[in-house]
Structure formats: structure tokens, C-alpha cells
Unconditional design. Structure first.
Length: 220
């Protein structure tokens, strides 16, 4: 008899509906998932070709859900870019202890962080390149709100390079030289793989690239 009671109790317990996450938490998860998918799609297809219905399908939501959270493709793109730059700022930020490093060591650490970011976030560069080539209002918005502040950070760090090696070098040229050195081997990783059979996203390849960049910039 007690066995039957136990079985009935277990049956009732298993039939109880599982507790659902609060609506706010589920909405936040849905929004984050949409942004992650949008990041991939905008990088792969560009703004003009990207379709919010395709993004919705890939994120496992309805098109109405995207409109509810973001209103339009333009605002979805802008939120994607905001999140992209926020993640970059978080990854490149110096801790309190790192702020106390010497100028040279701080610059080397910044380059290490930046190269790792570039290796793990090639979609960032792809979105930037697409908008820079095309030009227009979206690029102007991105430049004023995110690119200019990030360039100021890079310029500040780059200003700590050995002055005797950079006499007369344009600060703008230097900035884009540093950015290109850090980004392009990862943006062109498929080409590198095809030509040299090197997996640029592997830790060994990233470390080798960090060594190459710092050797070039700090060569005596």
C-alpha cells in the first residue's frame, strides 16, 4: 500500500509543470540571442543584404519579436554595433593593477589584448570595413559615437612607442598601421589557411602574431 502511495506521489511530482523563468529574464535572453545572430548576419551579408526575417528565423523567434524589441532593421543594426563596441571596451580595458605597469609594458599588454580581441571577433572588422567602404550616415554615426573614442584610446597608447623610431610619422598613418597589423591576418584567415595552411585563430598562431607585431614596433 505504501509503495502505491509513493508511486502516486512521484507521479504527481513529475506531472507538475516546471517553473518558468520570469518574463523579464526570458525577454532579456531573447533580446541577447537576437543581437548575437544579428552580429553574425550583418558581418556576413552587410546591412543592405541582411534580412530581419532571416535573423528572426536563425534566432528562433518571430519577425514580430524583432520588431517588438528593436522596432526596425536600422535600430537592430545600431544596437548590434553598440554591443560590439561595448564588448571591445570591456576586453581592452586595463585593470587597476595593469594601470601601474610601465608605459612600455602597458602598450605591449594593450597590443596583446587587442590582437586576441581581433582574432576572436573578426565580425567586428568585417562590419567596420563594409560601412567604411560604403560610407554614409551609418558610418558617420558609428564614427562619432564609437570609432573616434576608440581611436583616441589607441592614439594614447601608441604615443608611448619609442619616440626616436617615430620621428615625423603621421599619427593617423601610425594608427591605421597598428590597426591593420593587428586585424588583417584574422580577417583574411581563410586566405592564410588556403595559402599557408595556418589556422590563424589557434592560440599558437595568435601568440606568434603578437610576437611579430611587438617585435616590429619595439625593434631597436
Amino acid at each position: 500500500m505504501s509503495k502505491n502511495k509513493d508511486e502516486m506521489a512521484n507521479s504527481k511530482a513529475s506531472s507538475k509543470p516546471k517553473a518558468r523563468k520570469p518574463v523579464q529574464a526570458r525577454a532579456a535572453e531573447t533580446r541577447a540571442r537576437i543581437l548575437d545572430v544579428a552580429y553574425e548576419v550583418f558581418a556576413e551579408k552587410g546591412y543592405d543584404t541582411a534580412n530581419t526575417r532571416d535573423i528572426a528565423a536563425a534566432a528562433g523567434v518571430t519577425h514580430t519579436t524583432i520588431r517588438y524589441h528593436f522596432g526596425s532593421k536600422d535600430e537592430l543594426w545600431r544596437e548590434t554595433v553598440r554591443q560590439m563596441f561595448q564588448r571591445a571596451a570591456e576586453e581592452l580595458a586595463f585593470s587597476t593593477a595593469e594601470q601601474d605597469l610601465s608605459a612600455k609594458d602597458r602598450l605591449k599588454l594593450f597590443l596583446r589584448k587587442y590582437i586576441y580581441y581581433c582574432a576572436r571577433n573578426t565580425n567586428h572588422a568585417r562590419i567596420m570595413i563594409a560601412e567604411s567602404v560604403r560610407g554614409g550616415e551609418r558610418l558617420d554615426w558609428m564614427a562619432e559615437n564609437f570609432i573616434r573614442p576608440s581611436h583616441e584610446t589607441i592614439n594614447k597608447v601608441s604615443s608611448e612607442l619609442p619616440a626616436e623610431r617615430l620621428s615625423g610619422v603621421s599619427s593617423v598613418s601610425l594608427l591605421y598601421i597598428v590597426v591593420a597589423m593587428c586585424q588583417l591576418p584574422f580577417v583574411l584567415s581563410k586566405e592564410v589557411k588556403s595559402l599557408y595552411d595556418i589556422e590563424m585563430t589557434s592560440t599558437d598562431a595568435i601568440e606568434a602574431h603578437i610576437e611579430a607585431v611587438t617585435s616590429l614596433l619595439f625593434a631597436k
